[in-house]
Design a protein. Structure first.
Length: 308
């Protein structure tokens, strides 16, 4: 079916990638925030990131138009295929960027500064960092971390150290798997299409996955056991809440089980070379979904019972 300009612009904005932006709710939920006004500000932060991320996708496709045309899959992207002219893509991106910053400024200064940092990072990635080994991985992972910081800034929730470590190295695990999946899909053409893929060896990417997953698991163990002895709000730096009940204490400890299952399952899928598109991988793997939902229910129940 032939693409039209409007549908091409929407495809280039990558709405399916917006699922990443739910990370803005991580810090408020982990801290046990239930106030509607704070959660509504987190929703606005989600919208800000959808606008900003779509703008960067448009600019990225403009920047990579020639290499995308040589890619076995990306040559079908609207900009590379000529469906969306370069000038149109740039114009839409500018409008989305302005809207994102304007909306962030209406929420609070913290969110605005976080959005500026995210956009600066994305600009650096599109035009330089993506061509620098190691820095490209760190830059993409930092984009995930900034989403969690944005949610905390919007809801005015301090971030606990363990939360920051888990999200940071979880993002690094995801990006390492993404690079490994891309290298597997492109095979001999990898270096010609993305220069950094020619630098990363399979053993290096395996090492990066091992370190990241190990830190994530250990950090979550410590986070869960601290949550079992101290209310999440207190861990996040908020006013001390009620003492953790026996039930909540058990729930926080039990939450380790589905969390470990999810990480191990994801590591298996990465080892099979399926990590090139993390958002699609998560959306189609039933084991990941079930373990994630079970973990969310258990941890949220512990937070809720503590905050009552």
């Amino acid at each position: 079916m032939a693409q039209t300009l409007p549908s091409g612009v929407i495809r280039t904005m990558r709405p399916h990638q917006w699922v990443k932006n739910v990370l803005v709710f991580a810090a408020p939920i982990a801290a046990g925030i239930t106030e509607i006004d704070k959660l509504s500000r987190a929703v606005l932060a989600f919208v800000c990131f959808c606008l900003a991320a779509s703008a960067t996708y448009l600019l990225n496709d403009v920047r990579d138009v020639e290499s995308d045309r040589r890619h076995p899959i990306k040559h079908k992207r609207p900009v590379a295929a000529g469906v969306v002219p370069v000038k149109v893509a740039v114009g839409v991106a500018i409008v989305l960027l302005a809207a994102s910053l304007a909306l962030a400024s209406l929420v609070n200064v913290g969110l605005l500064l976080t959005m500026i940092a995210y956009l600066a990072l994305q600009a650096g990635y599109v035009y330089w960092l993506k061509f620098q080994p190691v820095l490209d991985v760190v830059a993409v992972a930092s984009g995930y971390v900034l989403r969690t910081i944005a949610g905390a800034a919007a809801a005015q929730v301090p971030i606990s150290p363990w939360f920051f470590v888990v999200t940071s190295f979880g993002a690094l695990l995801m990006v390492a798997g993404k690079r490994e999946g891309e290298a597997s899909e492109l095979d001999d053409d990898a270096a010609g299409i993305r220069s950094t893929l020619g630098v990363y060896t399979p053993t290096y990417l395996t090492y990066l996955r091992s370190v990241s997953s190990g830190v994530v698991l250990v950090a979550y163990f410590l986070w869960a056991f601290e949550s079992a002895n101290m209310p999440p709000a207190t861990l996040a730096g908020l006013a001390p809440g009620k003492p953790v009940s026996d039930v909540s204490s058990v729930l926080f400890r039990i939450s380790i089980v589905p969390f470990v299952i999810a990480i191990l399952r994801y590591a298996l899928l990465l080892d099979q070379g399926e990590g090139s598109e993390p958002e699609r991988l998560v959306m189609r793997d039933r084991t990941l979904q079930v373990s994630g939902v079970i973990w969310g229910i258990i941890y949220a129940s512990g937070v809720y019972l503590t905050s009552r």
